[in-house]
Design a protein around this ligand. Structure first.
Ligand code: ADP
Length: 297
């Protein structure tokens, strides 16, 4: 499975430029699309699931063109949108049965088996008679994934699935995605939460203000932030200065003043040392670097 995105841009009718000239390749396994709110993640997702056409550029999935071969592409896709809702009073089972019908599983016995199997897989078998729109946030997301999986898609696109979940539900949901992503199934996970990516994704892209700030593996981006993360011991007045000048990751008060973690190429005149970067540091570093590149243009 290979998704090739070339020169992709989207400008909305009101003039908003949501994504700008993106070139990206997405292969097998779990792929993370990371970026702050407004970065253009949902716009890119909506284009990939053929709900919206790009203003410019081209996407192919295993050679199929997203626009010319829309029907074939749709058969390969499962989608869990950000604002997925369950209407009416359908039970969990009934909802998934309905989704299976929409997916074209006509034979009722076959459909029943598929629905039961899927409920087992996402850990909702016990909840099959409960009203779907009254399930907990995490259970709703899992039911959302189940409906996206019901027609055995090759690509599953999941938009901000962990927003609003408590930590336990979030971990459970990430583990579920990991268990689904195999050689045969590509999962594209869009998120603004760094932890969603670090624990699960083999490859990732960083999107900022519609531009691609980075693409590669999470390990690579972290290693590129080597030597860029500093722990500075600062006095009260230095603390205020540093806060103005650098992106601050964390601050801890000490008896002498403050210990501040920042990302920067250099720290001129302050007393500090490099520390090992993690993905959160790398994320802030790359976002900042891209902002600076723009401001210096
Ligand atoms: P993200 O999913 O990363 O939060 P979006 O793709 O939702 O980003 O938004 C990217 C940009 O496009 C934002 O500036 C947003 O305001 C704008 N945008 C999104 N949807 C529309 C729309 N339907 N019409 C106009 N502008 C939009």
């Amino acid at each position: 499975m290979k998704i090739t995105i070339e020169g992709l841009s989207k400008i909305y009718p009101n003039g908003n430029r949501a994504i700008n000239n993106i070139n990206l390749e997405i292969g097998d396994g779990m792929f993370g699309l990371l970026g702050p709110n407004g970065a253009g993640k949902s716009s890119l997702m909506r284009i990939l699931v053929t709900l919206m056409q790009p203003s410019k550029g081209k996407v192919t999935i295993d050679g199929y063109d997203l626009i010319k071969n829309r029907k074939e592409i749709r058969q390969m896709l499962g989608y869990l949108p950000q604002d997925f809702r369950f209407f009416s009073k359908l039970s969990t089972y009934e909802f998934l049965d309905y989704a299976a019908r929409l997916a074209g599983i006509k034979n009722s016995k076959e459909r029943g088996q598929a629905v039961d199997r899927m409920l087992e897989e996402v850990g909702l078998f016990e909840a099959r008679d409960r009203q779907a729109n009254r399930l907990s946030g995490g259970m709703k997301r899992r039911l959302g994934i189940a409906q996206a999986l019901i027609n055995s898609p090759k690509i599953i696109i999941v938009d901000e699935p962990t927003t609003g979940l408590d930590p336990e539900e979030r971990i459970r949901f990430r583990n579920l995605l990991s268990s689904i992503s195999t050689q045969e199934v590509t999962i594209i996970l869009s998120t603004h939460i760094v932890g969603d990516i670090s624990s699960t994704c083999k490859n990732m892209a960083l999107l900022n203000k519609g531009e691609l700030a980075y693409s590669g593996s999470p390990d690579e981006i972290v290693s590129q932030a080597n030597g860029k993360v500093w722990l500075i011991k600062a006095t009260e007045s230095e603390y205020l200065e540093i806060n103005e000048k650098y992106p601050v990751i964390s601050t801890v008060p000490t008896p002498e003043g403050w210990e501040i973690q920042i990302v920067a190429d250099q720290i001129n005149g302050y007393y500090g040392q490099n520390i090992d970067p993690n993905l959160e540091h790398a994320y802030v570093y790359f976002m900042e670097k891209q902002l600076n590149q723009w401001s210096s243009v």
